[in-house]
Design a protein. Structure first.
Length: 150
């Protein structure tokens, strides 16, 4: 794994252009996701992250999640909302967790932004996504969302 990650780092500039076409995500460990996600954020900005998030390959989406987290840390939520909305109905529970995690981090930075987004979309969210997203809200509000009364 580390060897593969080192190869990725060495040949990064050529690799990034081909990321959407690579299919073997079994070779990629979590360190690689972090490196590739940061690179996508710092050097390619939204264009590569959007391309990866729209891919059918799960590991492309994982890179996009990490890259999107950098947008959240910088205080930008537009890409996060687009990413989560696009992947709300994803069939893999890993994406539900990732979506909830991204929303929760958005709420840590700006609770009003999270609540505004939840009010529009919480009914269509898989339960796993919703549980992660509302984890840091106060108990009464969490119960309201879980019971569908908001």
């Amino acid at each position: 794994m580390i060897y593969f990650c080192t190869i990725i780092c060495i040949s990064f500039s050529g690799l990034v252009n081909h990321l959407p076409y690579i299919n073997n995500w079994d070779l990629v460990d979590s360190t690689c996701y972090k490196i590739l996600g940061r690179y996508a954020y710092e050097n390619q900005k939204e264009s590569l992250l959007k391309q990866l998030s729209e891919s059918d390959e799960m590991w492309h989406k994982r890179i996009a999640v990490v890259g999107t987290m950098h947008y959240i840390k910088k205080g930008s939520f537009d890409l996060t909302k687009e990413f989560v909305t696009r992947n709300l109905k994803h069939s893999h529970d890993l994406m539900h967790k990732a979506n909830g995690w991204l929303l929760r981090e958005m709420g840590n930075k700006n609770e009003g932004e999270l609540i505004s987004y939840l009010n529009l979309h919480y009914k269509e969210m898989p339960r796993t996504c919703l549980r992660y997203a509302i984890e840091k809200l106060d108990e009464d509000l969490r119960q309201d969302y879980l019971k569908g009364r908001v």
